[in-house]
Ligand binder design. Structure first.
Ligand SMILES: Nc1ncnc2c1ncn2[C@@H]1O[C@H](COP(=O)(O)OP(=O)(O)OP(=O)(O)O)[C@@H](O)[C@H]1O
Length: 312
């Protein structure tokens, strides 16, 4: 039976220090510091072209870093024993369409030097493909192909799975199946580094997030810390923002204000809005609209990806 590690016992499954990849004079990844703790589902989020695939390719040896360091489970990535603890699905899996799922898996297992076919059956079962193991891959849906890709990555029972955009091109059913699979694998104790530009999808499963923009790590944040950051705010639309800000700060010194566009003010830390509205109206400030809002994870990611390293 798998025993969950305590937070204290967990080390880093992946650590990069100042990792950089140049393509000619363009940096695809810049001085990237990433820390993925053992047992996490680490959602690696960024727009198209942000540098997710390049980072993941460097982690699994498909691209050489221009500079910087990569450590897996505390050891340099060049260590062949450590590399065996990692399973990888980068982009679409290389599958032989005229072979069955099982034949594809057996072939890969043999290439990896795995004599025992138990690992094949375990990987197919975990990926929910044991029933269709004898079906030819050319008859598979996109979702099944991706799950077979994950099954191939699971051969040899790695501790760390690197999945690059595994939900790309999948229909809602395929996405749901893959999400369930990732959660099942997490339950068995695997560390999962998964990338996507589909924010909502990663926000459903990740325990930690890494946000990358133009090759730079903008922020790494645990799910709980992120939820605390997505606080409620009271938003008002007024005719005189500067005067409203002064009045609010005088009357409610503990709140934090933020101007979200020329006439919108967000007020964080306010328990109820009636008193604030009454104050502004008394001081002859026109209030056009007001209400409580909660920033959802998608708003947060978007604000980070639009913004930069400064605090939201
Ligand atoms: N082999 C290459 N040669 C030159 N430039 C490259 C190469 N691979 C990637 N790039 C560039 O590096 C940058 C980062 O690309 P990368 O594929 O890592 O981004 P990504 O976040 O994975 O985006 P996507 O979701 O579109 O795959 C992009 O500007 C891309 O054009």
């Amino acid at each position: 039976m798998y025993k969950k590690m305590t937070e204290k016992e967990k080390g880093l499954a992946v650590e990069t220090v100042c990792l950089t990849k140049m393509y000619k004079d363009k940096a695809a990844v810049k001085q990237l510091n990433m820390s993925v703790r053992e047992g996490e589902i680490y959602g690696f989020i960024g727009k198209n072209g942000a540098g997710k695939s390049t980072t993941m390719k460097m982690l699994c040896g498909l691209a050489g870093p221009t500079s910087g360091e990569i450590r897996l489970f505390g050891k340099p990535v060049s260590d062949p024993v450590i590399r065996r603890r990692m399973g990888v699905l980068i982009e679409t899996p290389g599958l032989y369409p005229h072979m069955t799922a099982r034949q594809n898996a057996v072939l890969k297992a043999r290439c990896m030097g795995l004599a025992d076919e138990r690992s094949v059956d375990e990987a197919l079962t975990l990926s929910g493909l044991s029933d269709v193991g004898t079906k030819k891959v050319k008859c598979f849906s996109m979702g099944m192909k991706q799950r077979l890709g994950v099954a191939l990555a699971l051969l040899g029972n790695p501790d760390l799975l690197i999945l690059d955009e595994p939900i790309n091109g999948l229909d809602p059913e395929g996405i749901r199946e893959l999400r369930r699979l990732v959660l099942r694998l997490h339950e068995t104790g695997k560390t999962i580094l998964i990338s996507s530009h589909i924010l909502g999808e990663l926000s459903k499963i990740s325990t930690t997030y890494g946000i990358i923009k133009d090759g730079e790590m903008i922020e790494q944040i645990a799910r709980q810390a992120l939820e605390e950051k997505c606080l409620d705010y009271f938003q008002i639309q007024v005719d005189d923002v500067s005067r409203a800000l002064v009045l609010i700060q005088e009357a409610f010194p503990k709140v934090r204000t933020e101007v979200s566009d020329s006439r919108m003010v967000r007020v964080y830390g306010l328990e109820e809005g009636a008193g604030l509205i009454q104050l502004l109206v008394e001081k002859q400030i026109q209030v056009y609209a007001s209400g409580f809002h909660r920033m959802d994870l998608e708003d947060y990611f978007l604000s980070r990806m639009e913004g930069g390293k400064a605090d939201v």
